[in-house]
Design a protein around this ligand. Sequence first.
Ligand SMILES: [Zn+2]
Length: 291
Amino acid sequence: MLGKALAGIAAIAMSSCFSVAQAQDIKLYAFSSGALTIGKGILQNLGPLDPPIQIPVGFFVIKHPKGNVLFDTGNNDRIIKDPSYWGAAFNALKPVNTPDMAIDTQLGKIGLKPDDIKYVVVSHLHLDHGGNVGKFPNSTIVVQRDEIQNAFWPKAGTGGPYMIGDVLPLRAENKDYPNAVKMLQLEGDLDLFGDGTMVVKRWVAHTPGSQMMTVRLKNSGLIILTGDNVYFRENVEKSLPPNIVLAYNPSGFLTAYEWIRHMMATEKADFFTAHDPDAFKAMKKAPEFYD
Ligand SMILES: [Zn+2]
């Protein structure tokens, strides 16, 4: 009993050297950029394909004292007026494309405009995560270099979910310095504000340059934003990767699930996914927030 109490005190002492002052002022907001329709068995291998299910297209905003951070950008707003932009993917995925899904309208729910975003962190650049990445000309894009390369020139069998039009605005004419916007092209992890509250973690699973991000909150604890490295909570609980068409590196999923379970057990962490309908329903949505 005493040992447990001492361990608790040690944990509190350790967390207090972790800039608690910062964590107190951080707010995490969840949004959905419409919805998609897909067979569950694509997102959870060996699951049923019929009838298809409707899934949210989650993205997140974190208000930090040193700047606002957007994690993923949803479906490109262009499909609201021009469904043909997605080609065959529009009929296959049946996105909800009502005008209120536009990224500006979504950010407006919490009083922000695109120019108020300091960093845009993309879990990966598939059409439902990097869709609006070109709409933040005054932000810094945080992406794995492997991912931006794959979006422009996909490895065999991985190109289907990228829209070249989503990423072209990031490319300048200058061949030697082709960034049209400020960009951090990572080849690993990044402590975004240098205070441990938000850490981008490279984790090659869903795509060649997938990344997740941890957010340390005062009351809600450590939240792991998974991007598509986790589709359903059940996938983590039962070690179920998606179908191979969405699993660039299948064993990367299994190690990600293992790490998430470890963080839940040791740090009381939790994780937020983009596409789990039940988990999303249970989540507080903007303008409500986690702190
Ligand atoms: Zn994806």
